[in-house]
Design a protein around this ligand. Sequence first.
Ligand code: GDP
Ligand code: MG
Length: 177
Amino acid sequence: YGDPSQKIDYVFKVVLIGDSAVGKSQILARFSRNEFSLDSKATIGVEFQTRTLVIEHKSVKAQIWDTAGQERYRAVTSAYYRGAVGAMLVYDITKRQTFDHIPRWLEELRGHADKNIVIILLGNKSDLENQREVTTEDAKEFAQKEGLFFLETSALEATNVETAFMTVLTEIFNIVN
Ligand code: GDP
Ligand code: MG
């Protein structure tokens, strides 16, 4: 997960947002440390994690910010969004309400962040297919309408987590190059 002595060509700040308990911290743990915990308290208090990766022969440091339990509507401060070039908007496919709140998060994001921010919608916990309350089609349609990338992920099974980050980071990379 990156040689610390290597020279960094880019630092991209990416923010994780979405309702509480959708899996934001575990998506980040999976991406930054290849870890997963069923105990969500394990990551509370962590502001951001970094991972350095290579995109088109350049080293890119991804600085991924996690809301440390500030998911109440409007509780996330503008400092959190400041300088962000990417955002991951996360809901839980087994909790309809977390998907229904996505337009609010999007509105908040668009109110605070740079207008060129790259956004991906993530339907997490895809391993819990038998408890699904949000269809892939509904989410895909919403993402298309709003111009967002979209993937279903499982932090538990590590499904699409790497792809989700690579999608956002590569798009940002292409915008700045
Ligand atoms: P956050 O509040 O959005 O940061 O959510 P957490 O990352 O703390 O996760 C909330 C709960 O959901 C924890 O018990 C996690 O172990 C669990 N969880 C997170 N991601 C997944 C997933 O992909 N699949 C399943 N089955 N559980 C998950
Ligand atoms: Mg969390």
